[in-house]
Ligand binder design. Structure first.
Ligand code: PLP
Length: 285
């Protein structure tokens, strides 16, 4: 089955999909993106992803490429044309194409929009969750506005690659004071011995994950307590459980941090339960 991408108004074969060399996303990483889980052909938490897209664009003074409703239709059409049942839909908006100059192009330059979608075999994530995953820690050397879901991901790529090279699933990033901010593409969580879920508060120092927000809803329903505060790698290693979250990993139990087992070294029961129940509270349309 051949894949199809949406590029600035047209659906084109994935292998031929291209943007101009002076697209500001290509030149300056001057753009933002979103990733939505697709489940049974439907979008998970679309409203929250669209809210965050609008916020990211607003912070960078890039216009929405089209209104929300037609954008939702493009996302669904891309999912449909790629016959995605379970997987993800990716969208990227850049400040558009203009002669290379660091300053913004002239007003009215249309933002560029690219949408792709792909199937992901759900059994792969389930296998990882059953075994649990390993994380390593690295210094957080990103800029100070990582609350914006920018396509400028070079430090994140370097961190993920370092994790892969050390046989780990994710790298947890640690700030100058020794506190974990988040993972290279996921939010970071621990569960204390008395059963409280701890995750860093969402200021400009982390990306406020949509999965994170929906986990808050699930915890409320389940009567679980959340503490939004900083924690260290040492606290995480001594925690009852640890896990990471994102639209593509949902809740992924962590069994080892920097070579030390978390809890009894097996996926924790609370994280495993949250993973099983996540889609009961998520918006799926
Ligand atoms: N933190 C970072 C740096 C990310 O890149 C992502 C997702 O891509 C997340 C957290 C999790 O966000 P979400 O739950 O919206 O996927």
């Amino acid at each position: 089955m051949s894949r199809v991408a949406y590029v600035n108004g047209s659906y084109v074969p994935h292998g031929e999909a291209a943007v101009h060399i002076e697209d500001r996303g290509y030149q300056f990483a001057d753009g933002v993106y979103e990733v939505c889980e697709v489940r049974g052909g439907r979008l998970v938490d679309e409203t929250r992803h669209m809210d965050r897209l609008e916020r990211s664009l607003g912070e960078l003074r890039i216009a929405m490429p089209m209104a929300r409703r037609p954008l939702g239709m493009v996302l669904r059409e891309t999912v449909r044309r790629n016959r995605v049942r379970d997987g993800l839909v990716y969208l990227q908006v850049t400040r558009g194409v203009a002669r290379r100059d660091h300053a913004f192009p002239k007003p009215g330059t249309p933002p560029a929009l690219v949408v792709t979608a792909k199937n992901i075999d759900p059994s792969k994530g389930e296998a990882s969750a059953t075994k649990g995953v390993k994380v390593i820690s690295l210094p957080d050397n990103r800029w100070e506005r990582v609350d914006i879901k920018s396509v400028g991901l070079l430090p994140n790529c370097l961190a993920k690659q370092a994790a892969r090279e050390q046989g780990a699933y994710e790298a947890w990033l640690v700030d100058e004071d020794g506190f974990v901010t988040e993972g290279s593409s996921t939010n970071a969580w621990i569960i204390t011995k008395d059963g409280a879920l701890v995750t860093r508060y969402a200021d400009t120092g982390i990306l406020k994950g949509i999965t994170r927000t929906t986990i808050f809803d699930l915890c409320k329903r389940e009567g679980l307590r959340i503490e939004e505060r900083k924690f260290t790698i040492e606290e995480a290693q001594n925690a009852r459980e640890a896990f990471l979250s994102s639209a593509t990993t949902i809740v992924m139990p962590i069994v080892e941090i920097d070579g030390r087992p978390v809890g009894n070294g097996a996926p924790g029961s609370i994280a495993t339960d949250l993973r099983a129940k996540f889609h009961e509270v998520a918006e799926i349309v």
